[in-house]
Design a protein around this ligand. Structure first.
Ligand code: C5P
Length: 291
């Protein structure tokens, strides 16, 4: 069995407050994009094993794919195993939710492979216990509003398919460290999620560009100043709006359409370092599809 695990962008991320458990209360707007990892699953009677195309990634018990598998074994008591191979295409620790998406794909893949018949609500609960962004990838919608830690949400209906230029400079930022070090202005008002969500629902790209927001941006730029330089280049090259995704360092530029995004990317290639990850991405309408 083969599953796609798509990346996400945060079109909006506002920190609403700090919680007693150390996490932050968020309002966020997720978009699923067509940059994806690939997971293949082979059944095994007892042995659970993970391999990966990228040697930089740990394939040990700390990997969210194995954490997902262990959580399902614990929940159901099954002792079945699997050989899982991950083909990594989403940059690691880049604010694109790659690890979370792999985790969600492992949950739904193993649920099928092991014939566990776990209902969607329970699967989403397990997902939320493994990471704040994991449930989004199980909701099976291209756009969603996330609240709480980001793990509670509602789909956002729109006819839009967005086209973006995605630039990931070669710095890995720790989400935990960024959240802990960031200073948030909890009274800041504009732009509001309501306006951004409204622009997306109504298909107004210009309004959406004005509504892009990420409260983690100042701290991410402080640690990785190249983010600000990339943003200013994307504006100069004609993007309608630019924003950091998650805790960075990935930056996206919103474009009018795919052709516009490809034109902008031609210019980005001339100034990018060879070690940066560059791609033109569009909203992924299909879910974690099986192939
Ligand atoms: O949930 P996840 O494991 O992806 O979060 C990684 C880290 O990011 C957490 O340990 C926490 O420090 C921080 N975080 C937060 N508030 C959130 C989500 C994440 O403080 N809503």
């Amino acid at each position: 069995m083969r599953l796609w695990a798509p990346a996400k962008l945060n079109l909006y991320l506002r920190v609403v407050g700090k919680r007693p458990d150390g996490f932050h209360e968020l309002e966020t707007l997720f978009e699923r994009i067509d940059l994806a990892d690939e997971l293949t699953f082979k059944p095994h009677p007892t042995n659970l094993q993970l391999t990966c195309s990228d040697p930089a990634l740990s394939c040990g018990e700390d990997n969210l794919i194995l954490k997902a598998a262990r959580a399902l074994q614990e929940l159901t008591g099954t002792e079945q195993g699997a050989h899982i191979h991950l083909t990594k295409r989403i940059p690691i620790a880049a604010g694109l939710g790659g690890g979370s998406s792999d985790c969600a794909a492992a949950l739904s893949g193993l649920n099928k492979l092991w014939d566990l018949d776990i209902d969607q609500q329970t699967l989403v609960q397990v997902a939320g216990s493994l990471g704040s962004d994991v449930p989004f990838f199980l909701w099976d919608v291209p756009f969603a509003i996330g609240r709480g830690r980001g793990e509670q949400g509602e789909p956002l209906e729109t006819a839009l398919t967005l086209a973006q230029v995605l630039v990931t400079p070669d710095a890995q930022l720790s989400t935990k460290e960024i959240f802990q070090a960031a200073r948030f202005d909890l009274t800041a008002t504009a732009p509001s999620l309501k306006l951004t969500a409204h622009a997306l629902r109504n298909g107004s790209l210009r309004e959406l560009a004005l509504g892009l927001r990420n409260d983690l941006e100042p701290e991410a730029i402080r640690r990785c100043p190249i983010i600000a330089a990339v943003q200013s280049k994307l504006r100069e090259f004609g993007c309608l709006g630019v924003c950091l995704s998650g805790s960075g360092p990935s930056v996206f530029g919103l474009c009018k359409d795919l052709v516009h995004a490809q034109e902008v990317m031609t210019k980005v290639r001339l100034i990018a370092k060879p070690t940066w990850h560059l791609s033109v991405v569009t909203t992924e309408q299909m879910g974690a599809s099986q192939s």
